[in-house]
Design a protein around this ligand. Structure first.
Ligand code: CMP
Length: 138
């Protein structure tokens, strides 16, 4: 069992897709062991995506991520990081496989409905960024 970090992004919360996305998560053997709906501040979003701060899309990404509420989550399961990345599909929905969250719901490469950690190491960092230990109840 291990953990990954997930965000249901503004394009999805705006279209009332939280439940539909959570269904797909749960159908794929991932357990939602922590979850909260929050509106990110600019500084929270900039800190979270600091790795992308030199990228041309950084400004737009911050505006988008702070435009509507998001749902931050901790997911638990076997190979959680890898499993959730497969369940999400490719970053660009045009390249996402059938049956993935992004193929089903993402609007474009930026408004791509969900985020998931890309490694166990980053999962730990990202979970800590939003959750205290006592908020995570497996
Ligand atoms: P995410 O997996 O959360 O990681 C960085 C985010 O930046 C990505 O999903 C998209 O929402 C957004 N983004 C916008 N443009 C690009 C791009 N050209 N390449 C990668 N990510 C992008």
């Amino acid at each position: 069992m291990n953990k990954t970090f997930s965000i249901i992004k503004p394009d999805a919360t705006k279209r009332n897709l939280t439940g539909a996305i959570n269904n797909i998560i749960e159908e794929n053997n991932l357990r939602i062991i922590a979850q909260k709906r929050i509106k990110l501040t600019k500084s929270q979003a900039k800190g979270f995506y600091v790795i992308h701060k030199e990228k041309p899309f950084f400004g737009d990404l911050i505006d988008y991520m702070t435009s509507e509420p998001v749902v931050v989550q901790v997911l638990e399961g076997d190979n959680a990081v890898k499993n959730y990345r497969e369940v999400m599909g490719a970053t660009n929905p045009e390249n996402a496989d059938d049956g993935t969250i992004r193929k089903k719901f993402a609007l474009n490469i930026q408004e791509n409905s969900v985020h998931g950690s890309d490694s166990d190491e980053n999962a730990k960092i990202e979970i800590k960024y939003f959750f205290r230990d006592e908020e995570i109840v497996g």
